[in-house]
Write a protein that binds this ligand. Structure first.
Ligand code: APR
Length: 279
């Protein structure tokens, strides 16, 4: 159904507060995030009109913006990716209050799973443990040859990214190009995404933050929750099917402001700000 074909609904955030405080509380909260949760840390998102990455890649002379993350193009010209990787490589940025909020949900035993499309590892840095994170689009954590899949030494990868110099497989019978374990267009998502996605079907609250929900199969996750389960969106604009379900709560604007409002309603402001100071 197109965006304009349904009656837009939205529960007030106060309803979500009382749902969390008085219904149990929900112990199976699933969170979905995209690049919008990291923009406040200085990492551009992809599709925002002027500030997004895809609007600022002219210097790389790409045939089209997404080519920089497309396997076939990478095979023919790896330099644009290696140039961009230097800017995106983790280690230079810090988590936002939205990352801290997810870590607080975990601290309170309420986080069932975080599914993120981000490759910046800021959720882990904020204190969300590995076993509670599904990095649906991979991460810079590992790197391998795109032909034989052999792992490549991290130290050599760091040097290559630092100097924006594409590197090749150490096996002289192969010589394939090496890339970090981030999911390119044209590649499948990690197995763990498909193993864990049933957690969304069992969730008793879904919170979606900072994503355009433009890229499948991640963008299908919000459709998996049961019809009786509230879905909260913290995003600058309405995305996906949010607003079409009876228990949708759409909070438009910066996600950091949205989570601060939710934390305030829950009486968690002090704990949240304290955790944020520590990350
Ligand atoms: N607060 C709330 N929303 C924000 C903020 C913010 N501070 N900053 C940006 N946004 C919103 C944007 O308005 C947009 O709706 O977050 C969304 C970001 O969307 P994208 O830029 O498309 O990023 P994302 O959804 O993560 O992209 C998905 O596309 O290119 C691929 O693999 C890449 O994982 C990425 C995937």
């Amino acid at each position: 159904m197109g965006q304009g074909h349904f009656q837009q609904t939205s529960l007030p955030l106060e309803e979500i507060v009382s749902y969390i405080l008085h219904s149990g509380p929900p112990s199976k909260i699933v969170v979905l995030t995209g690049a919008g949760v990291s923009t406040a840390s200085g990492i551009p998102d992809f599709r925002s009109p002027t500030t997004g990455l895809y609007a600022n890649l002219a210097r790389l002379n790409l045939p089209y913006p997404e080519a920089v993350f497309t396997l076939d193009y990478f095979r023919s010209n790896p330099l644009p990716f290696y140039t961009l990787a230097k800017e995106l490589y983790p280690g230079k940025y810090y988590p936002t209050i939205s990352h801290a909020f997810i870590a607080l949900l975990h601290e309170k035993g309420l986080l069932e799973m975080l599914f993120t499309q981000n490759i910046d590892c800021l959720d882990r840095m904020a204190g969300v443990p590995d076993h509670k994170i599904v990095e649906a689009h991979g991460s810079f954590k590992g790197q391998r040859c795109i032909e034989c899949q052999k792992e490549f030494p991290e130290k050599l990868m760091l040097e290559a990214v630092e100097s924006s110099t594409p590197v090749r497989c150490l096996d002289e019978n192969c010589g394939g190009l090496v890339k970090p374990d981030i999911v390119f267009f044209g590649e499948g998502l990690p197995e763990v995404f498909f193993q864990k996605k049933d957690l969304v079907e069992k969730a008793d609250l879904l919170i979606v933050m900072g994503t355009s929900l433009e890229v499948a199969p991640f963008s299908m996750l919000p459709e998996l929750v049961r019809s009786t389960v509230p879905r909260v969106l913290f995003n600058r604009e309405r995305v996906g099917s949010f607003g079409s379900c009876e228990y949708d709560c759409v909070v438009l604007g910066d996600c950091d402001n949205g989570v601060r409002k939710l934390a305030e309603g829950l009486g968690w402001t002090e704990e949240l700000e304290e955790l944020f100071l520590k990350v």
